[in-house]
Write a new protein. Sequence first.
Length: 435
Amino acid sequence: MIPRYTRPEMASIWEPQTRFKIWFEIEAHAADALAELGTIPKEAAKTVWAKAKDATFDVARIDEIERETKHDVIAFLTHLAEIVGPEARFVHQGMTSSDVLDTCLNVQLTRAADLLLADLDKVLAALKKRAFEHKMTPTIGRSHGIHAEPVTFGLKLAYAYAEFSRAKERLIAARKEVATCAISGAVGTFAQIDPRVEEHVAKAMGLVPEPISTQVIPRDRHAIYFSTLGVIASSVERIAVEIRHMQRTEVLEAEEFFSEGQKGSSAMPHKRNPVLSENLTGLSRMVRAYVTPALENVVLWHERDISHSSAERMMGPDATVTLDFALVRLAGLIDKLLVYPANMQKNLDRLGGLVHSQRVLLALTQKGASREDAYKLVQRNAMPVWRGEGDFLQLLKKDTEVKKYLTDAEIEEQFDLGYHLKHVDTIFKRVFGES
């Protein structure tokens, strides 16, 4: 985790102290269940809670033990025994390290998902507010980066709102997918521990029992989780790239907020650069970078190996911390985005009416021209305008072959901007409902 791109709320989920606290809770809840089943003394389970519930685990001490044992869970259990005393011998009865590690990881991932869902709500709120603000602000739609037909800036934001609404639904599903608990012992057979222990721990930790594990929780669950984060990151980058394009000097339809005292360049004092959007592109790349190892982690040897472990120790915190930062940054960027309707209109008019070419084409076909002939008539009047040699409307009015089909009034009718925006309300209702 890089402090520059880390928010404390998410970082705290992955801190060693938090991890050891979760490990303790898993072990202590398992001890409670074992005590109820008569496997260990009830007083032992009570002592575990009493001695360690409010303890601050000595991370340096655990690291010291691990340097000798070369095993992180054993190091933790050894330190826990130093805190609890003789009753610690009843801890971890019938369990294996993966029971603790995997259940803890899933607790952390569900907590991270909860923060990310809250982040998505902030992005959605910002997009909705700005979408309604610019619901009918006309701007040019582009395909292949080239002027196509009119849209509104509100529609661009509504599109993003729908995209992030889907992202939220996917993350809710991914959270559910990964919220499982495995306390099934070596190779997952429950030979040394009763399945009821798993049920108890799962309920206590806000998870559900894994229907069948080996010695690990199946990693296809984690693959879905990190893939979902990767898709969300791609959505972040998509809107960030859109803003970067709109902020280009030749376009300047919108730009990032530029605060008092902010500097854009160490060399050129005039610069106002889209640094937040560019930053979001970079952060998105890093989140997506963890999708491939998550997919590869599905493939483990037999009932367990640890080829996934090292990757997950990095990808768990890094992917969630990075996406958390990116989503919060995106919400602020959208909320403060500077929008320039006058420039949007200027760019819309830049091609001298060519954006209405399809309407003219269709009007000609409706008056009897074949589609092939209509296309040729429209294109031969469009190309001079493209070269800056006239006005599309006037050229069409002067074209005798066009005039065989359309009157001046009928040609002018095809240049109505409002025609392109007549279904904006319908689209908004589809995206936002009746609100």
